[in-house]
Design a protein around this ligand. Structure first.
Ligand SMILES: C[S@@+](CC[C@H](N)C(=O)[O-])C[C@H]1O[C@@H](n2cnc3c(N)ncnc32)[C@H](O)[C@@H]1O
Length: 272
């Protein structure tokens, strides 16, 4: 099985974060699930996924979506969940978990009724080729669902003061810089529909969602967690410890409000 050697700068969240003994990947998966599973599962349900379907969840991370799908397609259907680091996916009777690099490892062709990937392709080199590989893994009539953010984050609406607003905006810009330096494309969500069309998929349907974040919002908790998880890379990008402490205070202020990134959930189907 191949490794990340093919990803020049490497998966940005692969390294340990600055959260002491806590496992930063597990915490990241927890906030991802809390913030985005309601949208992802609503969209998956809209495909008609049900008993008997064969599904693939690529870059399954914490596995909450894989396990939801496994319950949905049971007892006769099944789910294959893949990831470079599959140790967090969890288990279910009809769930097969595989260590797999979607950039370099092969996928079976015409094998799945449904293929899903959330916040994975943005991190990959040659993501258009990967999307083509996912499309070819669909059986005729099968569904591809890609869930991805657009660029960065929306505006800050309410901050404790102008300095706090500036701290937040500089932090967001630094996160985007760190992502790009690792080879990720923070604006990938807005490109998915066109890439699906280029991959020959039909019936392309785009759903976009934004919310207003406050201190308790799971999406903002995820961003707060990112300030720890990417601490070293953010420091290398020029954010001081004082800056990071300030922005963490801003993001936990009860009066803070900011617009989330746009989350796109895009469907396409392989022609029958
Ligand atoms: C931001 S997480 C998203 C996890 C999950 N899809 C979710 O939304 O909760 C990205 C996931 O993609 C995985 N990943 C990164 N590069 C990959 C690759 N080349 N092949 C397979 N998985 C990869 C990471 O290990 C990580 O679990």
């Amino acid at each position: 099985m191949s490794t990340r050697a093919d990803t020049p700068a490497g998966y940005v969240f692969a390294g340990a974060g600055a959260t002491g003994t806590d496992d930063p990947r597990a915490r990241q998966h927890q906030w991802l699930a809390a913030a985005y599973d309601p949208l992802t599962t609503r969209r998956l349900a809209a495909t008609g996924a049900g008993p008997g379907w064969r599904c693939l969840d690529v870059g399954a991370g914490g596995g909450s979506v894989s396990r939801w799908l496994a319950a949905r397609v049971a007892p006769s259907g099944g789910v294959v969940a893949t990831d470079l680091d599959p140790g967090h996916v969890g288990t279910a009777a009809n769930l097969v978990v595989q260590r797999h690099d979607v950039v370099t490892d092969p996928l079976p062709e015409a094998a799945f009724d449904l293929v899903h990937a959330r916040l994975v392709l943005r991190h990959l080199p040659r993501r258009a080729a990967v999307l083509g590989k996912l499309a070819r893994a669909l059986r005729p009539g099968g569904w591809l669902q890609i869930d991805e953010f657009d660029t960065g984050y929306g505006p800050c609406l309410l901050a404790p003061g102008p300095a706090a607003r500036r701290r937040y905006e500089e932090f967001r810009a630094a996160v985007a810089t760190v992502m790009r330096a690792a080879g990720a494309e923070p604006g990938y969500g807005a490109q998915v529909a066109e890439e699906m069309r280029a991959a020959g998929l039909t019936g392309i349907d785009v759903h976009a969602e934004v919310t207003v974040w406050h201190a308790g919002s799971p999406g903002l908790r995820l961003l707060l967690h990112t300030s720890h998880h990417l601490h070293e890379r953010l420091a290398a990008a020029g954010l001081t410890g004082e800056h990071l402490a300030d922005v963490r205070r801003v993001m936990t202020d009860p009066g803070f409000r900011a617009v989330s990134p746009v989350m796109y959930s895009v469907h396409g189907r392989r022609a029958s």
